[in-house]
Design a protein around this ligand. Structure first.
Ligand SMILES: [Zn+2]
Length: 309
């Protein structure tokens, strides 16, 4: 009996120890250490990673309204999580630099933070220079927000033109390696669906499920200027000229007078005509896995074409 009690006491020991630890540490901390994720690493781990790779993924993010049901940090979180998933397979560094990006056309919704393109490019450029000091040479800029597209290209161009570093945009680099999904037979692919819509909500349901409030979601009522409204069928059909002209004018700050800021064209903040409640984590998983395998293939090809220095 005594032996049994002793055995029980020994068995219970680790439980009570771990309970003590969780009672005396930050109850809000739920992250576990993620490999190759710079904020979680020690400097010796960074030094050791550099002996295996000279590549860094830098997410280019945004902090902006994402309709009634998605968090303000959607673009930051989804981009960062994608980068982390790629880095688990390709063994490269992930270095988040900024949370906000260029989002002036979302400013009429509470919570959006926007920085000028000059500020953003300068911050990322200087961060890349810091990483170069530690021996990192190749930069994979992963943009997760449409409004940062040109800025991201400019950062890559500055790195390529002005430093010993080499930079590409990872979305663009991975594109040729994506598996083309067959178009759904129900015709939903022919319905306009962009910011805060079904695609983005699906990604969030996969990446950060507990931050999505699907019950708060509803189909947006869009009030675009008439000439843009008329272009929609051709835009959705993939007409390149209609898309170019549509996007040149669509989603611009209220101060431009174009009448196309999100507040002016959407009652919920979603820029799309599908109901976000059609989103599924499964669709988000398929998209994410498709991207991750494509990004890893690009990295492998880049290493073949140009081995690490
Ligand atoms: Zn977004």
């Amino acid at each position: 009996m005594t032996t049994l009690l002793l055995l029980l006491a020994v068995l219970m020991l680790p439980v009570s120890v771990s309970a003590q630890v969780s009672a005396s540490t930050n109850p809000l901390w739920h992250e576990s250490k993620t490999r190759n994720y710079l904020p979680h690493m020690t400097w010796p781990e960074v030094r050791d990673l550099r002996t295996r790779t000279d590549m860094v993924i830098i997410p280019v993010a945004a902090m902006e309204q994402h309709s009634l049901h998605l968090p303000i940090g959607t673009d930051f979180l989804n981009g960062l999580e994608r980068a982390k998933l790629v880095a688990q397979k390709a063994d490269v560094l992930v270095a988040p630099i900024l949370l906000p990006g260029n989002s002036p056309y979302h400013m009429e919704f509470p919570g959006t933070i926007t920085l000028s393109s000059q500020t953003i490019q300068q911050v990322y450029f200087e961060a890349a220079q810091s990483l170069m000091k530690h021996g990192f040479r190749r930069f994979l800029l992963l943009n997760s927000h449409g409004g940062n597209q040109i800025i991201t290209r400019y950062i890559a161009d500055r790195i390529n033109q002005e430093t010993e570093g080499i930079a590409v945009e990872l979305g663009e680099a991975a594109a040729p390696f994506l598996t083309r999904a067959p178009q759904p037979a129900d015709g939903t692919a022919r319905v306009f669906d962009r910011h805060g819509g079904v695609g983005e909500t699906s990604t969030s349901l996969y990446m950060t499920p507990n931050l999505v409030d699907l019950e708060a979601a509803r189909r947006a009522t869009l009030t675009m200027p008439e000439h843009l409204q008329k272009m929609l069928p051709e835009v959705v059909a993939g007409d390149p000229t209609a898309t170019l002209v549509f996007l040149a004018e669509g989603l611009k700050a209220t101060a431009t007078g174009k009448g196309t800021s999100t507040r002016e064209i959407s009652d919920t903040g979603t820029w799309g005509l599908r109901d976000p409640r059609e989103a599924t984590a499964e669709a988000g998983r398929r998209d994410t896995e498709n991207f991750v395998q494509a990004a890893v293939k690009f990295i492998e090809r880049w290493n073949q074409l140009r081995p690490m220095r």
